[in-house]
Design a protein around this ligand. Sequence first.
Ligand code: UDP
Length: 235
Amino acid sequence: MGYQRVLLKLSGEALMGEQGYGIDPAIVQAIASDVAACVADGTQLAIVVGGGNIFRGLKGSAAGMDRATADYVGMLATVMNAITLQDGLERAGVPTRVQSAISMQEVAEPYIRRKAIRHMEKGRVVIFAAGTGNPFFTTDTTAALRAAEIGADVVFKATKVDGVYDKDPAKHPDARRYESLSFLEVLSSELEVMDGAAIALCKDNAIPIVVFDLFGPGNIGRAVAGEPIGTRIHP
Ligand code: UDP
């Protein structure tokens, strides 16, 4: 069982590679070629990219900034990531459009739901930038929101870890990975999958989430094909 329309959430940190900050062009190219391979067979793909490799609103606000202002800076960081990712995808031969939730007409289209769907139907990858356009939200919540809006079959949360564990696998060698979890199990536990608002949105709209290791070779394609990788969160 494969998926037809997929919303892929990439954290900003995924683009950072081994660096402590910013964007590693080699990582962007690697992600782009994985994405190119999985859209070649007609899978419709939209991407929400985070901004944590450049700026996080919560960190700015902890340092004394006004929270909403700091969040807008975080949203602008996601636009830089989105445009860089677009460049990588187009160099890998994938036609791509960036739609920004904050108007920035010189560099990106505005977010228009029906146009985003049309782009995907024409085989273009759509990258949603600037989060929801609202402070106090995250790009995980953006992923869940956009997935519901465009009628995605699934949300892929591609991260550095190969699924959801009962405890931090970096600290506990006996940590156990879940193959599947229900939304209720995630909401009623301390498991860190996505923030609560994102989980609740996916639950309400019955959109499953698959958490997997972005950097496993061919993993995006395997997830698109519906292979059991990582952890599947389901209604
Ligand atoms: N952000 C926001 N509203 C949104 C999405 C993001 O204010 O709808 C801001 C928020 O400050 C956040 C930053 O953008 O810290 C970067 O996004 P996020 O932390 O979700 O990125 P990721 O962890 O995926 O790299």
